[in-house]
Design a binder for this molecule. Structure first.
Ligand code: UT7
Length: 317
């Protein structure tokens, strides 16, 4: 026993920032950002917190799956940009929904939504749960250095959620970690201990872009090929690949290397930017609400990022 996805939801704050608007205070251009990253605009919080976004996406997923908060047996959430270390986002979602089940966060940066799925699969296998809510939510705009054009143009804010129920549709999965902080690092406030002698690194996203890019393409292609081999599912039998939306060139590169028809790769980075842990559930929700997913479709979900970590899974819709 694993699970089946019963419904999805997503939410992005209403304030939209275009590349042209960024060009008014940064040495950048719509041409550079669209061509090198594939982002044309992103949504940015003005008053909302990451937890607010999470609650709205969760509400929409409950509605879409016809699930009541009291039916939930577990809430798992993920963020790298939550305002509070405690309570975590999952606890705030539980509180605002009026649910009573256990709730906790898992940190695996941009790959986190797939780590949530893997964790949930364990609960279903042990028959400990009947309905689980997963949420990825980010206010990336909080942890960006808005003077660093090599990072701040890439990311955006948003949240995505899914409700899982009992079933056998989680067909295969892979998690991978190559731990280290030399490629991507997001430091917290170092604190004010009079005893600690470490240095404060600015509490923003620090990323070596090209190294991350190489890791991303290798991880995405390696993970997905491994799962196709393991399941014996042919590329033509994949209805959609839902990749982490980090850079459209990463997705283009994976298209050339994977034996899956090119028109099956879903892209929405142009409208949302890279929303880290929210990226995959937001994309899934967009496909779902557009009526592009049919029961029985095979979906590949794949992600990569801070950790460094990557993950992939094959789901039957
Ligand atoms: O979600 C977590 C996972 N993250 C990723 O997967 C991100 C992976 N990496 C990337 O997407 C790309 O490496 C970036 C988008 C971050 C950077 O693109 P790039 O093609 O690797 O650019 P680069 O860092 O090699 O920089 C090329 C040039 C540099 O100028 P010079 O030194 O050649 O004169 C940069 O200063 O582009 C310049 N540049 C910009 N120019 C205009 C960097 N950012 C900008 C900008 N606007 N926003």
């Amino acid at each position: 026993m694993s699970f089946t996805v019963l419904g999805t939801g997503s939410y992005a704050p209403p304030r939209v920032v275009t590349n042209d608007e960024l060009s008014t205070f940064l040495d950048t251009s719509d041409e550079w950002i669209s061509q090198r990253v594939g982002v044309r605009q992103r949504h940015v919080c003005t008053t909302e917190t990451a937890a607010d976004l999470a609650v709205e996406a969760a509400r929409r997923a409950l509605e879409n799956s016809h699930t009541l908060p009291e039916e939930l047996d577990l809430i798992l959430a993920a963020t790298v940009s939550g305002e509070d270390v405690s309570p975590n986002i999952a606890c705030m979602v539980q509180h605002h929904l009026g649910a009573t089940c256990p709730a906790y966060d898992i940190n695996a940066a941009c790959s986190a939504f797939l780590y949530l799925m893997e964790t949930a699969a364990g609960y279903f296998a042990r028959k400990r749960v009947k309905k689980v809510l997963l949420v990825g939510a980010e206010r990336m705009s909080r942890i960006l250095d808005w003077e660093d054009r090599s990072t701040c143009v890439i990311f955006g804010d948003g949240a995505g959620a899914a409700v899982l129920g009992e079933g056998d549709n989680y067909l295969a999965s892979k998690l991978y970690t190559r731990g280290g902080d030399d490629v991507i690092k997001i430091p917290q406030f170092i604190g004010k201990s009079p005893f600690f002698q470490g240095q404060q690194l600015s509490p923003y996203v620090h990323m070596k872009g090209q190294e991350t890019f190489r890791f991303a393409v290798n991880a995405m292609c390696g993970d997905v090929k491994e799962l196709l081999d393991q399941t014996g599912i042919h590329g033509e039998d994949i209805a959609w690949v839902v990749p982490h939306q980090a850079n459209v060139r990463i997705i283009e590169s994976a298209k050339r290397k994977l034996p899956i028809p090119e028109d099956r790769f879903f892209v929405n980075i142009d409208r949302y930017g890279n929303t880290s842990a929210a990226s995959i559930p937001m994309a899934l929700d967009e496909l779902n609400r557009a009526g592009k997913l049919r029961r029985g479709d095979n979906l590949v979900l794949c992600a990569f990022g801070g950790g460094l970590a990557s993950a992939a899974c094959i789901l039957r819709w």
